[in-house]
Structures are given as structure tokens and as C-alpha cells.
Design a protein around this ligand. Sequence first.
Ligand code: MN
Ligand code: MN
Length: 316
Amino acid sequence: MSQGPYKPLDAQVIPRFAGIRTFMRAPHVTDLTGVDVAVYGIPFDTATSYRTGPRFGPEAIRSASALLRPYNPALAVNLVDALSIVDYGDVPVSPGDTERTYAQVEEALAPIVEAGVFPAALGGDHAITLAELRALAKKHGPLALVQLDSHGDVWESYFGQRYFHGTTFKRALEEDLLDPTASVQAGMRGSLYGPDDIQIAKDFGFTVLTTDELRELGPQRYGELVREKTGDRPVFVSFDIDFLDPAFAPGTGTPEAGGFSTAEALAFVRNLKGIRLEGCDVVEVSPPYDNAGAVTALAAATVMYELLSLRACLPA
Ligand code: MN
Ligand code: MN
């Protein structure tokens, strides 16, 4: 039970469709005293290679998250009893300038990480994860990466740019932010530029599971494998919403057919229970391509809810 003061609005007093939209209707707070979890937005999408739009991701995920209730029956945990959760707002970004944005995000994250508050980011395109890893590695050293994504994001460069949403984890390795042998990428699928594309991350030392391999493994054995690989190392979970099939998450920049349902994705995340989670993000939600009253944003909000539940399940 958290002693922190922050609780969401009472849905029996202010109905869920009412009120100013913050993540899970948590109070918007930037003073870190008494805070266990800071959910924050990184509204940046300059580093996308196909469709833009994730700059509007944070506000859409917040809006969809108004539906979430405190008790998670699948993991038997009451999130808001276990954790004092706030919505820290959006951190500063510079549209058009990825490297400047990295510096801004790193600077904004420093006091959160320093205070021992768990940082949970709403993206934003996948380039932003590099800045999050830089801030967290300063405190924890190299982290174990658990990435759920239909792409590896391990290219050397893209359109001549080294900092891009498809190069994030290559840069993170070069900067010693990750422990590759403790890192697991899962969900890779779709057409490639060549037969060796999947091999790039394996050569780094990552464990790589394609969508077919992950489907074959199933949620429980996936959880076992990740716990075995990550051990007691600090873990960062990065969830790219294009892990889902475009039928379940049309609102994203680089959709890949043949992916997972929302239910399957939630099961994979829940089965990570027990990992030493020290930070997370949900990225690549592009509201301009979403439909049916924000089905992608709701999936993203629920994935974040499950990630926070993993943190809530850890011993204090
Ligand atoms: Mn990605
Ligand atoms: Mn992706």
C-alpha cells in the first residue's frame, strides 16, 4: 500500500466522461514529493519514416485511459492503492529537431529518475526511447531491454540520419545503455529489405523472437524466457503499438499485417510479472489514423495500465 497522497478522481462523483483528461484521471502534479509513478507525454514525431501523427499520441492515450478502473483482476492488484500515480504532463520537445529533443527529454527526466520515481512515457515515435534510456542508464547502468514491436529498430541510419525511429536500439547499444545478452525483442514480422535483417539484432547479442516464434511460444513461456534472460537486472519495457495487428491498432505510422490481437498483447505483458521493471513506454500511437472512437489509443492506454500493474506487483 503506497503512503503517497495522489489518487484519481472518484468515478462515482465525477463520472468517467467528465473532468480534464490526465492518464487514468490521476492528478496533474510536477512536485515529486510523495509520488511513486510519473506518467508523462513525449509529443514528438519528427523521426518517423512513413506516416506522422504520434505527436498527438499522449493526449489520445490520456483521453482513452479515462475508462480504466483501479483494480486489475488478471494480476490481482489495485493500482491506485499500491502506487501514488501522477500525470506529470508533457515534457518539452522541439518539432523538427530530434537531437535537441533528446537533450530536452533527458533534462526533464533527470529529476524524476533522481527522485526514484518510476517514469512511464506516452509517445511519441520510437526515437524518443533513446533519451529515456540515457536518463535511466545514468542511475542504473546498462538496462535489459524488453521490446514488443513488429520492427527491430536497429538500423545504422535512415535517410542519412543516425537518430531516427528505426535506429534507436543500435544507438542505445553504442552508448552502452543496454545489456544486449539480457535483452529480448519480440514481434518482428513482415516484409524485409533482405534475408539478413533479423540477424542484425541477433549479432548484437539480443534474443529475437519473430511474431511466428512468439505465437508458438505463448505468453507463459515468453514470460519465463524474459525472466530468465533479464534476471535481477533493471528492465526497460518498450511497447511499440505496431506489435498489434493493424485491425486492432490502425492508428500507427508503420503498420505491419499479421500481428497480434489486443487480448494476446495484454497476455504477453501480464506474463512479464516478476521482472525488475524500472521504466517503460508505449510509443507510435498516431491518432490521425485511428478509428472507431480511438481503438488504438484505448489499446495503448490498457497496455500502459498492465505495465504499471507489473510495477505495482513488485515488492516495495
Ligand atoms: Mn519501433
Ligand atoms: Mn514498429
